[in-house]
Design a protein around this ligand. Structure first.
Ligand code: SIN
Length: 502
């Protein structure tokens, strides 16, 4: 790999990274976009189902819905910025520029309804919206712009000099070299790989958050790990059953066949996600199973992709889809302002790896693609204006790319078990303390290898261990149950069947 220079280096090719790259390029910058993905489905955006919320005739109610879902903890200025830019940005970028055809009903968009939204305001393409946004957006940036896309290329470390970030060390095919940049935009997505059950792709190892934290950037709200209430876990894999199914009338039933959500919340199946995830956990523990009853819907017609996925995984949806919560989204991350600027000079963060304040302690459905798009565009515009400053290249130690074959796999297994058992949907103060002890030791073992090795799996493990520690530390420091952070007594925790298998 060769040492290179660019005006803007974007790391990550989901909706936030693509939006930042496009905006920076349109502002006249030379842009390089590095993604460790080899195929589109390795980006989290590809996996998103429900859709992208926009502002219809009642922006204040949309703002209120976001705030209420967050249990009043979200940042009102950030929410306002999201809502006021939502419709225009979606139209400009996704509809008019990229040409995405969201589902329509005659002349009008076919607005979907999801939990905790006061009105139907979700643009979607079937219930596989992420895929239908991601692929054309990626193709557009690759074919119609001058952005250079570097696939299968991971960022290992940020280059930092005198308080400013100057790009990153990139790795491709075992070789690595610095890319110097006027601005560096992190868009590395989520942290699903830290949990045994997640709706994210396995590549979601929290790399951007770990790199930013190591370089000294502030990270906030890390304890707010959102679990989606309705994932279907089968021997052939886990898949998400979109909230849109409950929006259209899907009913949650416990192992005794009873509908239970009205006992937990006045909005029943459409209560905020954290409330539904905990209720599902309680009812599974109490009655052995929870199923999503779709008999009141024309499931195959309304959700053809999901019906096909059930078939692919041998799930008979006519008998009710057996579901359980799975890690889904990190509401916190690298602290940024309204332009995606982090606390480090010339370092930006957008999308799931960032913390804009929009989500607070719990995210409202179908606002993550929107946040990535809006903040991506703003960060790209802002990032385009920073010149590359010449600095001495960092000293590159000679390192061995290889690792003992099972090292990363074994450590990942241990890490996931700790996160699942002690830093999951329900947490205890003593569990969080124990988790930090185990994770600190694990990080120490990983750091010892990082001094002499550069394999990508080792760096992913390092990212995961740093982010796990950040999450468990933030959770231990927050003594108040709110949103996704829920504290119970030791006696109330039941280990999940999945963690027992690890
Ligand atoms: C879903 O389709 O249920 C997920 C949507 C989201 O996470 O916003």
């Amino acid at each position: 790999m060769e040492r290179t220079e660019t005006d803007v280096l974007v790391v990550g090719a989901g909706i936030a990274g693509l939006s930042a790259a496009l905006a920076a390029e349109e502002a006249g910058a030379d842009v390089r976009l590095a993604t460790k993905a080899r195929r589109p489905e390795e980006a989290s955006t590809w996996w998103a189902q429900g859709g992208i919320a926009i502002t219809r005739d009642d922006p204040e109610q949309f703002e209120q819905d976001i705030l209420e879902a967050s249990a009043g903890t979200a940042d009102e200025a950030a929410i306002e910025l999201l809502v006021e830019n939502a419709t225009e940005t979606v139209r400009d970028v996704l509809v008019d520029t990229v040409g995405i055809e969201f589902d329509t009903n005659g002349e009008e968009f076919d607005y979907g309804q999801e939990a905790a939204h006061d009105q139907a305001r979700i643009l979607h393409v079937n219930a596989e919206t992420g895929k239908h946004i991601h692929v054309p957006f990626l193709n557009y940036v690759a074919d119609e712009t001058d952005v250079t896309i570097l696939e299968d290329t991971a960022a290992l470390e940020l280059i930092r000099h005198e308080g400013r970030v100057h790009g990153a060390l990139l790795e491709h095919d075992g070789e690595w070299a610095p890319t110097f940049a006027g601005s560096t935009v992190l868009a590395t997505g989520g942290i699903g790989a830290l949990y045994p059950r997640s709706t994210n792709p396995p590549s979601a190892t929290g790399d951007g958050i770990a790199m930013a934290a190591l370089a000294g950037a502030d990270v906030d709200d890390m304890e707010y790990v959102q679990f989606h209430p309705t994932a279907c876990h089968t021997d052939t894999g886990t898949f998400l059953v979109s909230e849109a199914v409950r929006g259209e009338g899907g009913i949650l039933r416990n192992g005794d066949g009873e509908r239970f959500m009205p006992d937990y919340h006045e909005d029943a199946e459409l209560a905020p996600r954290d409330v539904v995830a905990r209720a599902v956990t309680t009812e599974r523990d109490r009655t052995g199973e929870v199923t999503l009853d779709v008999s009141g819907l024309d499931f195959e017609t309304e959700f053809p992709d999901l019906a096909a996925k059930c078939e692919q995984h041998d799930v008979d949806w006519t008998a009710g889809i057996s579901i359980a919560p799975a890690q889904h989204f990190l509401c916190g991350g690298i602290a940024v302002d309204e332009w995606g600027r982090t606390t480090l000079d010339k370092l930006y963060a957008v999308g799931e790896c960032s913390r804009t304040g929009v989500h607070g302690a719990n995210r409202l459905a179908s606002t993550s693609l929107l946040e990535g798009l809006v903040w991506g565009q703003r960060a790209g515009e802002d990032a385009a204006g920073n010149p590359v400053e010449p600095i001495e290249p960092p000293e590159l130690l000679e390192r061995d790319p290889d690792l003992p074959a099972t090292f990363a796999k074994d450590k990942f297994r241990r890490l996931r078990r700790v996160m699942d058992e002690m830093v999951g949907i329900e947490r205890t103060p003593s569990g969080l303390k124990r988790a930090q002890g185990v994770l600190r030791r694990l990080k120490g073992e990983v750091d010892a290898y990082v001094r002499t090795r550069t394999s990508r799996s080792l760096y992913e493990l390092r990212s995961a261990s740093i982010v796990s520690l950040l999450i468990s530390r933030a959770a231990a420091e927050n003594e108040q149950s709110v949103g996704c952070h829920y504290l119970v007594d030791d006696s109330e925790i039941t280990p999940s069947p999945e963690s027992a298998k690890q």
